[in-house]
Ligand binder design. Structure first.
Ligand SMILES: Nc1ncnc2c1ncn2[C@@H]1O[C@H](COP(=O)(O)OP(=O)(O)OP(=O)(O)O)[C@@H](O)[C@H]1O
Length: 246
């Protein structure tokens, strides 16, 4: 569905992606992991057309992204940025209604979709009357996820969708996200720092470092045959609880 072919992205003074080639198959859930600044968010920004490659090519459904209009791209993609990215001056419901209204949906259709998605992400419908600042972090992320799903796009791009949440809410949302991915049959590309979260949510992990792909495979491949010491160290950095003293 998406392909990066020998892509390079250069920001002023920074080589953010260096000769990256990746294919994302339809229906696959893939996690981009790696240390801060390794280029994960840049991959998502490329796919949504917010950033252009300085070399190489991005294709969507076999067509060069450069020839596809931004509006067409956005219609095909639900995008959740870090911290949710909701408009602070709009209620949750108005945030959700923005794109559907633009597409000419009726009030009834918008309301029905809000109710359906609120149930799916387990958010009380009454919370949608509130402004983002009046919601808890977990509720805000749920609304952001609902907004990405409103028009039922075939693909979801999620940038640290569960960052900055307390561990209990994060755990709960991880479970719900996995249920959603299992039932929705969408192409999902998500960015996370958390290896355990990546392995729980995605069948494929792409580990990045300094703008390059270090390893690409299932968690079992990374564990059994790490391509280098960095992969081993990255996996080992996930802390386990210490043994409780006797
Ligand atoms: N608009 C920008 N202008 C200049 N440099 C940028 C810009 N956006 C990102 N960068 C740089 O490009 C590199 C890759 O950034 P990117 O946000 O893709 O990394 P990341 O892996 O998603 O990081 P994080 O996990 O911290 O979000 C970093 O060195 C970053 O500082």
């Amino acid at each position: 569905m998406f392909a990066l072919h020998r892509v390079q992205v250069r920001y002023p003074g920074v080589l953010a992606l260096d000769d990256v080639s990746l294919d994302f198959a339809r229906g696959q859930v893939c996690a981009l992991i790696g240390s801060s600044g390794s280029g994960k968010s840049t991959v998502l920004r490329l796919l949504i057309g917010l950033v252009r490659p300085t070399a190489g090519e991005v294709r969507v459904d076999g067509m060069p992204l450069a020839t596809t209009s931004l509006q067409d791209i956005r219609r095909r993609l639900g995008y959740v940025i870090q911290e949710g990215g909701l408009f602070p001056h709009l209620s949750g419901r108005d945030n959700l209604a923005l794109l559907p209204r633009h597409l000419g949906w009726t009030r009834e259709r918008i309301a029905a979709r809000c109710n359906e998605l609120a149930e799916r992400v387990r958010l009380p419908v009454s919370a949608l009357q509130r402004y983002p600042a009046e919601l808890s972090g977990g509720q805000r992320q749920r609304v952001a996820l609902m907004r990405a799903l409103m028009t039922d796009p075939p693909a979801l791009l999620l940038d640290e969708p569960l960052g900055a949440l307390d561990p209990i809410v994060r755990h709960e949302l991880q479970t719900q996200l996995r249920d959603l991915f299992d039932t929705l049959d969408k192409t999902v590309i998500l960015v996370t720092h958390d290896v355990a979260e990546a392995a729980w949510l995605a069948s494929r992990l792409v580990l990045m470092r300094d703008g390059r792909v270090v390893q690409d495979g299932g968690i079992a491949d990374l564990q059994r045959t790490p391509t280098n010491d960095y992969v081993r160290r990255f996996l080992d950095s996930a802390r386990r609880l210490p043994e409780r003293p006797a």
